[in-house]
Design a protein around this ligand. Structure first.
Ligand code: PMT
Length: 222
């Protein structure tokens, strides 16, 4: 930490899971703890950026140096918060694990069991925040994350081009890495280049990621 790679830049970071309500007591969520995204927010602030952090439902304190934190629950609310803050952001780093689907209808009352009959939930697809940002002009320098269990490089490079991103940080999930874990390992890809960040703590990786984002940003927008 400590260098001023991002001095003068406004960085928007999303972190954590989203919860999609089924009824007043149940939801569909995922295992993101928010640790990777919070570490990125902290590292960006330490690198001199003015940081806004949009956080899904996590139980983490706001990292040192973060100027503004917006707490949200669902993918729709995360999208609203990210789009509202994106006008004044130079860089967006999407570390959140945004739910791809939500229940098509949220039941007003707690769902009851029906004598062993299966419960069928209709799921509607959530909008893709990164894709929506890429479609607005002008838009911030876009850094996505990709969480994959296999074929990490191929899926990550596909997401880089399909979502119109400037960089993607891919992590293999499972085996003490990725979701919930203290450690992670990242493969960074951008159009025409890549860099491996081997296994380390999420704080160390976040600092290295932020250095790389700073360099790519300056190269793309001299
Ligand atoms: O929170 P931790 O426990 O520390 O775990 C960290 C992490 C594994 C969650 C994190 O490092 C990570 O990989 N985050 C992205 C996980 C993910 O949802 O990947 P994805 O392949 O589904 O999505 C790819 C990218 O699109 C992500 O930048 C995501 O924020 C974005 N996306 C996805 C869906 C959607 N509707 N809108 C989006 O913007």
């Amino acid at each position: 930490f400590g260098s001023a790679t991002l001095a003068g830049l406004r960085v928007l970071v999303s972190a954590g899971p989203t919860y999609e309500d089924i009824d007043p007591v149940r939801f569909i969520g995922n295992r993101s703890s928010g640790r990777m995204g919070f570490a990125v927010a902290e590292a960006a602030a330490a690198a001199g950026a003015q940081v806004t952090l949009v956080a899904g439902p996590v139980s983490l304190p706001t990292p040192a140096g973060v100027a503004r934190r917006v707490d949200v629950r669902s993918a729709a609310k995360m999208r609203e918060a990210v789009l509202a803050a994106s006008d004044t952001a130079d860089i967006y780093i999407g570390a959140a694990a945004v739910g791809d689907y939500r229940p098509a209808q949220v039941a007003e009352r707690k769902l009851k069991k029906h004598d062993g009959a299966p419960l069928v939930l209709d799921l509607a697809e959530n909008p893709d925040i990164l894709k929506d940002l890429a479609a607005t002009h002008p838009h911030p320098f876009l850094v996505g994350f990709a969480a994959e269990t296999h074929d990490v490089a191929a899926y990550a490079q596909d997401k880089l081009s399909r979502k119109g991103l400037d960089m993607i940080a891919a992590n293999r999930v499972g085996a003490g890495l990725g979701f919930e874990a203290d450690d992670n390992a990242l493969s960074l890809y951008w159009p025409g280049g890549s860099e491996e960040l081997p296994r380390a703590s999420k704080r160390e990786l976040a600092a290295r990621l932020v250095q790389c984002v700073g360099m790519r940003y300056r190269a793309a927008k001299p």
